[in-house]
Design a binder for this molecule. Structure first.
Ligand code: MF3
Ligand code: CO
Length: 260
């Protein structure tokens, strides 16, 4: 069941979305060789609480942390740990903030120091694929138009699309209908309507599309252990316009010339 929101309700989602974006900006300040992913998680958790939000991933269906940590071959839902970041790693930071009863969900994949040019190209393409998906997200079109645009953009450049996880609706719940796959067919799926709030989140692999899950059921990595990238925005459709409720602006201000 898809919950359509009123323009007023969509305005109420802005504080959660702004806070998740500011949280990524805060974490960005700390990403460097030598830092543990557990430290990043503690910083994010404190920052969210200090700003009147709730870390929505923490305890969600048993998820143990504020941040989903995606180092190199980790696709999604990695746990923070004692792992120390190294020069040349990439790290996706994916998190959800609840504020005023609404959710904001966002992900950004960061390079750690100097990163191999081929891996940087994967990051750029995945971020561009998110923009392509947002461009395809228009009133009167269908979810499959987003899916096929993202898929074609990535596959034409030689990358593969993860099938096991998708974008999703969002609102009072972190995951609402409809599902927003990153692969699919034009003209298929639910109609895009005013009042929809959607997360588009391409998960793109350098090698094959196949993934494996750790026994904990959460942590997901590429089967071939080649790198995977992930970017995400929360969007709302209001008055026939697609609005980005989250922004990478805070991350951009921190990264400056390292901004992907
Ligand atoms: N963007 C991720 C998703 O939609 C956030 C997951 S939070 C978790 O799956 F708690 F489920 F890990
Ligand atoms: Co999401």
């Amino acid at each position: 069941m898809i919950y359509l929101k009123t323009p007023d309700q969509i305005e109420q989602m802005r504080p959660a979305c702004d806070l998740v974006s500011r949280t990524l900006g805060e974490v960005a300040k700390w990403i460097a060789p030598g830092v543990t992913t557990r430290k990043l998680d503690a910083i994010a958790c404190e920052f969210i609480r200090d700003n009147g939000g709730k870390p929505a991933c923490l305890g969600y269906e048993g998820f143990p942390a504020t941040l989903c940590i995606e180092v190199n071959e980790t696709v999604v839902h990695g746990f923070p740990s004692g792992y120390t970041l190294r020069e040349g790693d990439i790290i996706g930071i994916d998190t959800v903030v609840e504020k005023d009863g609404w959710m904001g969900d966002q992900c950004y994949t960061f390079p750690v120091g100097e990163v191999d040019e081929k891996v940087m190209a994967l990051l750029r393409t995945t971020k561009e694929a998110l923009a392509v998906g947002i461009e395809a997200c228009r009133v009167g079109k269908r979810i499959g138009d987003i899916s096929s645009a993202v898929q074609a953009y990535c596959e034409r450049r030689g990358y593969s699309i993860v099938r096991e996880m998708c974008g999703h609706g969002i609102g009072r719940g972190m995951h609402e209908d409809p599902s927003v796959p990153n692969y699919g067919r034009r003209g298929c799926g639910p109609l895009i309507k005013n009042g929809m709030c959607l997360c588009i989140e391409p998960m793109v692999n350098m090698g094959s599309k196949n993934v494996v899950f750790e026994p904990n059921g959460w942590e997901c990595r590429t089967r071939d252990r080649k790198p995977s990238a992930h970017y995400e925005h929360t969007l709302a459709i209001v008055d026939d316009q697609t609005l980005e409720l989250t922004t990478f602006e805070y991350v951009r201000q921190v990264l400056q010339d390292r901004y992907v």
